[in-house]
Write a protein that binds this ligand. Structure first.
Ligand SMILES: [Zn+2]
Ligand SMILES: [Zn+2]
Length: 130
């Protein structure tokens, strides 16, 4: 039966460990690295250059899931409402206001700000025209 390099290494951790401790190389001449799996935290030995997990499928998935969980938790932290300045826990990742009322208030404020800025500009133009 054909074995992938990963499977072979999983079955030969003892050999890799011994070689690593003695010479740092396998009999095939590959450099052995001692790594801590990014998924399960186990120490393992590998000659595969790109390897980060003792089992790239299971432990890679585990690490991915954990990253996603952390990311979601991070996103769920309290935000400060851009309108009233109150802290709130956003229900959506892109939330910026504590409530619909604040969202609408801020939206209206921005519209009137833009309008009054334009009026100011017109006033200045009128003044200099005089
Ligand atoms: Zn692992
Ligand atoms: Zn608010």
């Amino acid at each position: 039966m054909y074995m992938t390099n990963e499977e072979w290494e999983q079955n030969n951790q003892d050999y890799l460990k011994e070689s690593y401790e003695e010479t740092g190389f396998t009999t095939g001449g590959y450099a052995i690295r001692k790594l801590i799996c990014g998924g399960c935290g186990r120490v393992f030995y590998t000659t595969i250059y790109t390897k980060k997990y003792c089992h790239s499928y299971w432990c890679g998935n585990q690490a991915n899931n954990r990253r996603q969980r952390e990311y979601r938790q991070m996103r769920r932290q309290d935000l400060v409402c851009q309108c009233c300045g109150e802290k709130f826990t956003p229900k959506r990742a892109d939330a910026r206001y504590c409530s619909n009322a604040c969202r609408q208030k801020d939206y209206r404020k921005r519209v009137t700000d833009a309008a009054s800025a334009q009026n100011e500009h017109l006033d200045k133009c009128n003044a200099s025209a005089k």
